[in-house]
Design a protein around this ligand. Structure first.
Ligand SMILES: *[C@@H]1O[C@H](CO)[C@@H](O)[C@H](O)[C@H]1NC(C)=O
Ligand SMILES: *[C@@H]1O[C@H](CO)[C@@H](O)[C@H](O)[C@H]1NC(C)=O
Ligand SMILES: *[C@@H]1O[C@H](CO)[C@@H](O)[C@H](O)[C@H]1NC(C)=O
Ligand SMILES: *[C@@H]1O[C@H](CO)[C@@H](O)[C@H](O)[C@H]1NC(C)=O
Length: 241
């Protein structure tokens, strides 16, 4: 019944039998292909001579295809800040093709921005270094485990909750400090309706507007920061590093 059954390894250590359904060095790995809906809250706070904040909320449809080295997400949301005159909508689709090392960002008007990816795709696993913090249940008696994870030097103390059976993500939250002790950001992600398959592989084909050479579009600063966070979380490390 395990989606990760082909990773199933029986590791015999110190006379005890430990079942790992991840690969070596991992607690478990999510299926190589899955889709889900995410709800995202992202907030940055600067406590300076002026206290400022940026808040972004929205929903994300994600398709993750490690088998074919590609990923897709559409993000629809709104940015709010006293720094901008009115709420700023964001509606963008991202396609990552790790075989061609290309990333496509498609705006709601159809325009496409291409750039090179300089990362390899990572399999989504909870690393052995994850510290089990608590267990619980959600939905229809789905058992969850919550780990404290370190994804990278700047993304440490990440709290990742997964479904124990499938290792699919459920929730993730992290707080990122900054050089200024009173500033930082909060990133919170709920993952719903995950299924261990890709319904429509055609979503990974970039639209024809991506075949043309395109000029780099100027994004707002938050949109750039959000993209950095999303790229780090969804692509480089996805949810658990
Ligand atoms: C985002 O936040 C705004 C303002 O608080 C709210 O009106 C809106 O419904 C929220 N959107 C989502 C998708 O949660
Ligand atoms: C996300 O997926 C849902 C359900 O499949 C769909 O109704 C919705 O239109 C999708 N949103 C975007 C922005 O693609
Ligand atoms: C986002 O843009 C797509 C077109 O790329 C459009 O079909 C969709 O309705 C837009 N969604 C929202 C919530 O504006
Ligand atoms: C990606 O993987 C290839 C092949 O394993 C390796 O040569 C390359 O250094 C990796 N690139 C990065 C950025 O890690």
């Amino acid at each position: 019944m395990s989606f990760c059954s082909h990773f199933l390894l029986l590791v015999i250590s110190l006379g005890t039998v430990v079942v790992h359904n991840g690969v070596d060095g991992t607690i478990c790995c999510a299926p190589d292909q899955w889709e889900g809906h995410m709800y995202l809250d992202y907030m940055q706070i600067f406590i300076d001579s002026n206290t400022l904040y940026l808040y972004f909320n929205g929903s994300v449809n994600v398709s993750y295809d490690y088998t074919n080295s590609r990923a897709f997400y559409t993000i629809v949301g709104t940015e709010i800040s006293p720094l901008i005159p009115k709420p700023e909508p964001l509606n963008k689709t991202y396609i990552f093709d790790y075989k061609k090392n290309m990333q496509y960002a498609i705006d709601s008007d159809g325009s496409c921005e291409k750039s090179k990816i300089d990362q390899n795709m990572t399999r989504q696993c909870v690393q052995d270094s994850g510290i089990l913090k608590s267990s619980g249940k959600v939905g229809d008696n789905i058992i969850t485990d919550t780990y404290i994870l370190t994804l990278s030097e700047s993304f440490n103390n990440v709290r990742g909750t997964i479904q124990r059976d499938s290792c699919l993500p459920v929730h993730m939250v992290y707080l990122v400090g900054s050089d200024n002790p009173d500033s930082g950001s909060v990133f919170s992600l709920d993952v719903l309706s995950t299924v261990p398959r890709i319904k429509n592989p055609a979503i990974f084909t970039p639209p024809s507007s991506c075949l043309k050479t395109s000029r780099k579009q100027s994004n707002s600063k938050t949109s750039q920061q959000l993209e950095t966070v999303l790229t780090e979380v969804f692509q480089k490390r996805m949810l658990y590093g």
